[in-house]
Each structure stands twice: as structure tokens, then as C-alpha cells.
Design a protein around this ligand. Structure first.
Ligand SMILES: Cc1ncc(COP(=O)(O)O)c(C=O)c1O
Length: 373
């Protein structure tokens, strides 16, 4: 296997292969929208909201333009703003922290559990102050955070919990799906996600109808019942009907695709377990991961990465710098040493190719190359 002009022979994800499996359904769905002449909002979007809410086991959902907006609008709908603090993690994509800053609030970072890579509830209490309004755990790589413990702290302290479920479509905890575990949840449908659109899209889910209506209003220029009754300063973050049509098709396949991810994960773990200098990722029952990423920890990441690249195998680091140390988050005042686990993970983690269409023989071959390196 070698690198070709179009990229590595084994990519991290293969959206072309995924499209090939649903081409007929997608083309029919897109044609339906085009023929309807309704491109923003409308029936396609409300149908996706109802179907995705039902999938998550929650009463309400509002489609938005992307996952970052989902987070920002949810926080705004709870009136989070200047002077407020939102407690979150640093082992995540920058958008989690950005959403907090965009509301004018301050992110407060807590460290993560070294096995599940998600918010360590044992460290939560000491991060809370009189200014804390929301706890924002991230189901990173698809593994649900320890929501029972987090919700218990939130209940005691009268706080709200917003799940960042951008990587966790279909993940569950004791049979309850991500999206229904907090007071509200945010999803991204970025194309490479477990449930991905053909462009940007996002969703907020919640059992609270009034909250979802507030999100909807904020994402539609603060408009009330009439288009030109602009009650609050909102923004344009509406769901595109073509994306909704794609997502409705793909939602019907999500469970099957997540099972296919799981069998690839099991093959990786069987092949890699016990490899010196490498730790495989684990699920902590009753959590069931959506396995968005297969992220291992290695002592010599650079060497492994270079070896895989020479063999034409893609690999990626999620994430090379914990977000409390990103210049973009400097307003939060994070310093090296604040979050030892997250900081160590940023030096050790590496994600291997994982997608439902990845042939099992290729998983074996990748694992063999990892062991060789
Ligand atoms: C954990 C996490 N939060 C938020 C986002 C933001 O989503 P989007 O890219 O759709 O704005 C992403 C994905 O990209 C993510 O992985």
C-alpha cells in the first residue's frame, strides 16, 4: 500500500463508499426536495426533527446550521452570557470552547478520565463556583460521559447539563441514548460524523419544548410567529432541507452502520490487545460507544505515524493540543499543567481508520502494521 495522488490508500473515512450504499435513496430524497422548491425549513426539516428526536428518545428537536451553532444557541437559550461560567473539558474539538466564548461566558476546564477520555465527575465539584450556570460534558470519540454522576452533581447544585453529542449519534448509557441524557444535547452532522450530512448541519435535542422553541427563534433572526416580528437579536442558523433529506435517509441506516463500526473495533482490539507500548480504548459499561473514532494511546506516536504513512495508511491525532492551551481560549487563562490527563493524552493518542465500509481484512492489515511499528 502506498500513497497515491488522491491520498493514502487507506483513508480515515470513505464517504464515497458510504454514498454508494445509499445512492438510490439519496437521489430520490434530493429530487423530492428540489421538486418541492422548499429549501430551508419546511416538511423535510420537521420530519427529520421528529425522527431524530424519536431516535434519541426525547420529545423535541430543532435543526440548525451546524454543531457549533447548536452549542451556541442552546447556551444562549438558557441566557448564558457575560459573567457566567460553563464547565467543560479540554480533550475535545475547539467548537466546544468556542460556543462558550461566543456567548460571552467563560469556559472552566476540568480534566478527563484516562480510560473513557470523558469528563471526570470526581473533579467536577471543585470547578463549580457561584457563577457556574451549565456543565457541558463531551461524549468524545463516541463514548458517553458518566452522565449519571454528572446529573447528580447538577441536581444538587441546581445547574443545567448540555451534552456535546457531536460525536455520539446512537451511543447509549444503560439503554438511554445520547441526546436524552442531559437537560439538552447538541449534535453535529458534519459529513464525517456517524450520521453525516452532505455539507454542514446540526441539531439540538431536549425534553423541554419551551427551550427548543427558544433555540428555534434564536436561529431564525429572533422571529416570533411572524417573520418580521424580530423579538430578540438572533442569527441565521436554519437547517437546509437538502441536508435534512440526506440525513433522513442515513438515519434509517445509522444503527446498522454503528454495528459495522463496532465489529471493526472488535477486530482492532482483538489484534492489538497486549501490544507493548499501546493501550486500546475500552467501553465502560453500561456505556455503549458510538465508536466515532478508534483512538489508541501509544508511547512512540511519531514513529507509529511515520510507519503507517509509509504503508499508505492514514492516521489522525484527536487532539494534538488540549483546548485550554489553544491561543483561541487564552481568555479562559489555561496554563500547561492544569489538566495533566488531557495534556498527556494529547501527546499519546492516535486514531486509526474507522468507518462502516472499512474491510475487515484491512483492519487486520492495519493492526499488523501497528504491531510491527
Ligand atoms: C465534540 C465536537 N463538538 C462540536 C463540534 C462542532 O460541530 P460542527 O463542525 O458541525 O460545527 C464538533 C465537530 O466538528 C465536535 O467534534
Amino acid at each position: 500500500m502506498t500513497e497515491s495522488a488522491t491520498g493514502p490508500a487507506v483513508p480515515m473515512v470513505d464517504l464515497v463508499a458510504q454514498h454508494a450504499r445509499v445512492r438510490g435513496e439519496i437521489e430520490a430524497a434530493l429530487a423530492r426536495v428540489v421538486e418541492s422548491g422548499r429549501f430551508i425549513g419546511g416538511e423535510e426539516c420537521s420530519a427529520l426533527e421528529a425522527e431524530f428526536a424519536a431516535y434519541c428518545g426525547v420529545a423535541h428537536a430543532c435543526g440548525v446550521a451546524n454543531g457549533t451553532d447548536a452549542l451556541t444557541l442552546a447556551l444562549r437559550a438558557w441566557d448564558v452570557g457575560p459573567g457566567d461560567e460553563v464547565v467543560t473539558v479540554a480533550n475535545t474539538f475547539i467548537a466546544t470552547g468556542e460556543a462558550i466564548l461566543l456567548c460571552g461566558a467563560r469556559p472552566v476546564f476540568v480534566d478527563v478520565d484516562p480510560e473513557t477520555f470523558t469528563l471526570d465527575p470526581g473533579l467536577l465539584e471543585r470547578a463549580l463556583t457561584s457563577r457556574t450556570r451549565v456543565i457541558l460534558p463531551v461524549h468524545v470519540y463516541g463514548h458517553p460521559a458518566d452522565m449519571d454522576s454528572i446529573m447528580e452533581v447538577a441536581r444538587r447544585r441546581g445547574l443545567r447539563v448540555l451534552e456535546d453529542a457531536a460525536q455520539a449519534h446512537g451511543a447509549s448509557l444503560g439503554g438511554r441514548r445520547a441526546g436524552s441524557l442531559g437537560h439538552a444535547a447538541c449534535f453535529s452532522f458534519y459529513p464525517a460524523k456517524n450520521l453525516g450530512a452532505y455539507g454542514d448541519a446540526g441539531m439540538v435535542t431536549s425534553g423541554d419544548a419551551a427551550f427548543i422553541e427558544k433555540v428555534r427563534r434564536l436561529g431564525n433572526h429572533g422571529a416570533g410567529a411572524h417573520r418580521y416580528d424580530n423579538l430578540v437579536a438572533g442569527t441565521n442558523s436554519r437547517l437546509d432541507a437538502l441536508q435534512a433529506a440526506v440525513l433522513r435517509v442515513k438515519l434509517r441506516h445509522l444503527d446498522q452502520w454503528n454495528e459495522e463500526r463496532r465489529s471493526r473495533v472488535e477486530a482492532y482490539t482483538r489484534a492489538l490487545e497486549g501490544t507493548p507500548g499501546l493501550a486500546v480504548p475500552r467501553e465502560r459499561p453500561p456505556a455503549r460507544s458510538a465508536w466515532h473514532l478508534y483512538t489508541v494511546r501509544v508511547r512512540e506516536r511519531q514513529r507509529l505515524r511515520a510507519h503507517l504513512a509509509r504503508r499508505g495508511i492514514a492516521a489522525a491525532v484527536h487532539y494534538p493540543r488540549p483546548i485550554h492551551l489553544q491561543p483561541a481560549m487564552s481568555a479562559a487563562g489555561g496554563r500547561p499543567g492544569d489538566l495533566p490527563v488531557s495534556e498527556r493524552l494529547s501527546e499519546e493518542v492516535i486514531s486509526l481508520p474507522l468507518y462502516p465500509e472499512l474491510p475487515l481484512e484491512t483492519v487486520e492489515r492495519i493492526a499488523a502494521e501497528v504491531r510491527r511499528a
